[in-house]
Design a binder for this molecule. Structure first.
Ligand code: PMV
Length: 304
């Protein structure tokens, strides 16, 4: 094989971010926003995207460079040309780093015939994210590899949901590490208050499981909105997120909440397909970048 193109999806949380850090359940969905990596055999290493053209470069391409180095330990990579293209906004809680990591691993896996299976890909992806970020939950890399709707930490696949997903990006930087440490401090100072909030978030995910299976979008929406209230209570909302969330709800969404770490980054709304455009327009009017998408069953895949 001389060349191959692979892609992997980003993700949203229906329920459970932050609580999942403390072992509670969460439900995550792969969404139809993808990062594509075109890999071809070459004499040298070259990585290119809108960020520029370079060789191994841990500043500009930390994930892709680490994948090349790690995969060089299991196969002889003399040279490879990697071209990256993505429609997942970067650094906004949608799993862009996991998607580029997983798509690159699978492209090299197939190009060099390493024989890795999906579990191996997810595990290597997680170890690379952990090395670069210091700490990372396995959720993003797992969901990007497997696709679909996944209950974590059990890694249980649920039925796909087929309502409209509208994401609103505040465009404000969100530091997962900072927000996770803010919540840890709050939990340390007020355990009798924060612990029950986190376990209630976990209970929302457990209750949500059956509703997801039955595709009861209105009830899923009620639980997502309760989850949002609890995320606000633990201090991870922001005025920008709140503006987009209330705009989406007022425009007829079933629900709207933060997705991911919060503080900035993105919110997600569930809507009836006929309402998606209205919800997206309301998000834009409230100052966000709206992205209409859907949940996808397709994790990492080969592109034609
Ligand atoms: O913002 P993201 O996509 O990195 O999601 C963070 C989710 C947290 O639960 C806050 C942290 C984690 O590692 O699970």
């Amino acid at each position: 094989m001389q060349k191959i193109t692979c892609s992997a999806p980003g993700k949203i949380y229906l329920f459970g971010e932050h609580a999942v850090v403390y072992g509670e359940s969460a439900i995550c969905c792969a969404v139809d926003l993808r990062t594509q990596v075109r890999a071809s055999l070459s004499d040298t290493i070259r990585i290119s995207s809108v960020l520029g053209d370079t060789g191994l470069d841990h500043d500009r391409y930390p994930y892709v460079s680490s994948v090349i180095e790690k995969m060089s330990e299991i196969t002889d990579i003399k040279g490879v040309d990697l071209c990256i293209d993505s429609n997942i906004p970067v650094g906004s809680g949608l799993g862009s780093s996991a998607a580029v990591t997983i798509a690159t691993i699978q492209a090299l896996n197939l190009l060099f015939g390493c024989g890795m299976g999906a579990e191996d890909i997810a595990t290597l992806g997680h170890s690379i994210e952990r090395k670069i970020q210091g700490a990372a939950s396995p959720t993003d890399t797992y969901v990007s590899t497997m696709g679909g709707v996944v209950m974590v930490p059990l890694k249980k696949k649920l039925k796909i949901i087929d309502c409209g997903i509208v994401i609103g990006n505040t465009g404000k930087f969100s530091s997962t590490r900072q927000l996770v440490s803010n919540v840890a401090l709050l939990k340390k100072n007020y355990p009798e208050i924060i612990d029950p909030i986190l376990s209630t978030i976990g209970m929302i995910s457990l209750t949500g499981e059956e509703l997801v299976t039955k595709k009861e979008y209105r009830s899923i929406g009620v639980l997502m909105n309760i989850n949002q209230g609890l995320l606000d209570a633990i201090g991870v909302s922001s005025p920008e997120l709140a503006d987009l969330i209330y705009a989406a709800r007022s425009a007829g969404a079933y629900s709207a909440k933060i997705t991911g770490a919060g503080g900035g980054g993105c919110m997600v709304a569930l809507a009836h397909p006929s309402e998606m455009q209205l919800v997206a327009s309301a998000i834009t009017k409230a100052g966000g970048e709206a992205i209409i998408t859907k949940v996808t069953e397709q994790g990492v895949r080969v592109e034609n």
